[in-house]
Design a protein around this ligand. Structure first.
Ligand SMILES: *[C@@H]1O[C@H](CO)[C@@H](O)[C@H](O)[C@H]1NC(C)=O
Ligand SMILES: *[C@@H]1O[C@H](CO)[C@@H](O)[C@H](O)[C@H]1NC(C)=O
Length: 189
């Protein structure tokens, strides 16, 4: 069964962590050349070797696809969790100044979200991303692009990355579709 974003959005209770979503990821193109991307692949001073690989794959696929739809690209979703969606969006905007992050389609349910959570994605109301789902998604995303830059441990991954997402969504240790999508669009993380 294929389910549209709109029908899922209607099923899943909306919990907006941020009361007033801010415009985000909109960068003045004139500064792009000055950034040097010195925080390349780092988020809160933390990184793992595969994160730059995910960013590179994301950019290549984003450019090749050309529809300004990063959240339908697995490596972009994975890269957002290791670099932060704000920094990733700015990087994509510097590559393509006609890309407007807030106009991007929501996280693709059938091609990205459902494979993360499994068959329960299509149960009534869907199901949230668990910690284990997140870990499997990151390891799977690295494997899919041929990267061997795995995080040093599962604990490292959950403590430095997943916990930051769950802290923002405030949904305990698992994150429903709508909240994860909100994090991508509005967290300014
Ligand atoms: C955008 O990324 C593509 C793919 O890596 C690259 O070939 C191109 O030069 C980049 N363009 C800009 C303006 O950064
Ligand atoms: C949060 O998650 C923990 C660990 O899975 C669980 O023990 C606890 O009951 C959950 N709390 C709420 C409010 O759901």
């Amino acid at each position: 069964m294929r389910v549209s974003f709109a029908s899922i959005a209607a099923l899943v209770p909306v919990t907006l962590a941020a009361s007033v979503p801010e415009a985000r990821g909109t960068i003045d193109p004139s500064v792009c050349g000055l950034l040097g991307w010195k925080n390349w692949g780092q988020w809160h001073y933390t990184t793992y070797d595969g994160c730059p690989d995910l960013i590179t794959s994301c950019l290549d696929n984003f450019v090749a696809d050309g529809t300004h739809n990063p959240w339908a690209i697995q490596s972009c979703v994975a890269a957002s969790t290791c670099w932060g969606p704000l920094q990733l969006n700015e990087y994509l905007q510097c590559n393509d100044t006609s890309y407007e992050p807030l106009q991007a389609p929501g996280l693709d349910y059938n091609s990205i979200y459902a494979p993360i959570v499994g068959d329960c994605a299509y149960q009534d109301g869907g199901c949230p991303i668990t910690t284990q789902n997140f870990v499997d998604f990151i390891y799977g995303s690295l494997s899919a692009i041929g990267s061997t830059g795995y995080p040093s441990s599962v604990d490292f991954l959950t403590q430095n990355y997943w916990s930051r997402i769950t802290a923002w969504t405030a949904t305990n240790d698992s994150v429903p579709y709508t909240n994860f999508n909100d994090w991508l669009f509005y967290s300014n993380a």
